[in-house]
Design a binder for this molecule. Structure first.
Ligand SMILES: [Zn+2]
Length: 478
């Protein structure tokens, strides 16, 4: 590997968050009864005429601005001609030589090293329908997705990325920006964000480029990472054997962890692009661009820096919490109510994130609200519940959406009686006299351990502040 280098480019498609589709009034949504959101325009009946969705154009301008692009004042739509059952018109309306945004960039950081990934273009098009291959050589087609506004973001050539880690960092950052500015929900598992890396390998120091392949059907960051890693290895092995890499599109088999050939790559001229005659060219005035710029929210990079400064969070926490706007808003709202940024961060990155992951849910889809998390953190702070109880309580809260105070009451009374706690302390000391002796001899590190043991012995019900106080008292008695 040492003598080879990979050059990795990326095409990302994002379905835009709009009420209606790109060129008709059908609702833009995910799933639902097949073919329930279609009309003559989006199923391509002869004579049906497209009408442009202004919101979608604004979303693309907003994205282009967030990615430091130049806006094309006279952008236009073109027809990309090809036939496929999921594209009944026989062409897709896209943008060919005058995309809305050009020449942008996105900075990424991997292992402390910053790389500027240049972006060639950001353009607007329409999504296709969806094919379902069912048993018995039968395929069904659902046109609900047909005509959904789709944005394509393409990196510059020659590529600036050379490792799978960089490709992953680019996608994480891009997804974060798209969700921040509210143009996409970023759901890779629902296909609203789709990534197609392309890559070639060459001998390090070589001036020429190797033949590239493109990988499709990657529906998670992990798949993108593994797919690139596999493909780099495959291409190097071919070159080592003296074989030629074929330019093609390859699919990804996640179970096998392998790419496989799908089809040979079309060239642009295969699509016979020409200007879309049913739509006038766009006229994007400077005033319109400025209006959109003026409503741009704080972007993730700025939010990350602010979280470190304003809340004193470690850079790592700030990075994780600003990956989606929903998480950042949740964090700030919770801190506003309990004023303990690090505790909020710990819960959000720990138990909360773990439970969300297990159910494949986003933070905005959770029953836990900022108010509930803040209330729970305050209950721990004032000693009403112990840390151990809080962990269980959080899981119940996550599952039921019940208020933490109610859950704490239902969990039974806390042990606050000094006599009862002293009895538990005596029992624990009896079980581990060596630890106790060490603590009394001045080994302070054992104190936290003893508190933990007493809490455990009380099944998490002892008032932690009382446990602390009574342990100290007992230590003085020796
Ligand atoms: Zn329609």
């Amino acid at each position: 590997m040492a003598e080879y280098e990979a050059l990795i480019g990326m095409e990302v498609h994002a379905e835009l968050l709009t009420e209606s589709k790109m060129f008709c009034g059908c609702r833009n949504a995910f799933g639902g009864e097949p073919n329930s959101r279609c009309c003559p325009v989006c199923i391509g009946l002869p004579g049906a005429l497209p009408v442009m969705n202004k919101k979608a154009v604004e979303h693309v301008i907003r994205t282009a601005l967030a990615l430091n692009c130049t806006i094309t004042p006279n952008a236009k739509f073109d027809r990309k001609n090809y036939y496929y059952p999921d594209l009944p018109k026989g062409y897709q309306i896209s943008e060919y030589d005058a995309p809305i945004g050009v020449n942008g960039w996105l900075d990424i950081e991997v292992d402390g090293k910053e790389t500027r990934v240049r972006i060639r273009r950001v353009h607007l098009e329409e999504d296709t329908g969806k094919l379902f291959h069912v048993v018995g050589n039968v395929s069904h087609v659902d046109y609900n997705r047909s005509g959904v506004p789709l944005m394509e973001i393409v990196t510059e050539f020659p590529p600036d990325m050379t490792t799978p880690e960089q490709a992953r960092a680019y996608l994480v950052k891009l997804r974060s920006i798209l969700t921040y500015i509210g143009v996409s929900d970023g759901k890779m598992e629902e296909g609203s964000l789709r990534c197609e890396p392309n890559l070639s390998v060459r001998l390090r120091g070589s001036e020429t480029f190797g033949t590239k392949t493109e990988i499709k059907n990657l529906n998670s960051f992990r798949a993108v990472y593994r797919g690139i890693q596999y493909e780099v290895g495959r291409q190097i092995a071919m070159l080592e054997r003296g074989e030629k890499v074929v330019q093609e599109t390859r699919g990804w088999n996640d179970a096998k962890g392998q790419t496989f050939p799908q089809r040979s790559k079309e060239e642009a001229h295969d699509y016979r692009y020409f200007p879309e005659p049913d739509l006038v060219p766009l006229q994007i005035s400077e005033a319109w661009v400025e209006e959109i710029r003026s409503t741009m929210p704080e972007l993730p990079d700025a939010a990350r820096r602010r979280f470190v400064q304003q809340y004193g969070l470690p850079a790592y926490d700030a990075d994780v919490l600003t990956q989606t706007r929903a998480a950042a808003l949740f964090f700030e709202e919770t801190v506003r109510q309990c004023n303990d940024p690090k505790a909020v961060s710990n819960w959000m990155m720990g138990d909360f994130a773990r439970l969300l992951n297990a159910e494949n849910r986003e933070i905005g889809e959770s029953r836990v609200t900022p108010k509930m998390l803040a209330e729970m953190i305050l209950l721990i702070k004032d000693g009403t519940i112990s840390g151990k109880m809080a962990k269980e309580l959080f899981e119940k809260m996550f599952a039921t959406g019940e208020s933490p105070r109610k859950l704490a009451e239902a969990a039974g009374p806390q042990i606050t009686d000094s006599g009862a706690i002293q009895a538990i302390i005596a029992k624990v000391i009896g079980e581990m006299p060596d630890v106790w002796a060490a603590l009394c001899a001045g080994d302070e590190k054992k104190f936290g351990f003893m508190v933990g043991q007493v809490m455990k012995a009380s099944q998490g019900k002892a008032n932690p502040q009382e446990v602390n106080r009574l342990l100290r008292e007992r230590m003085q008695q020796g």
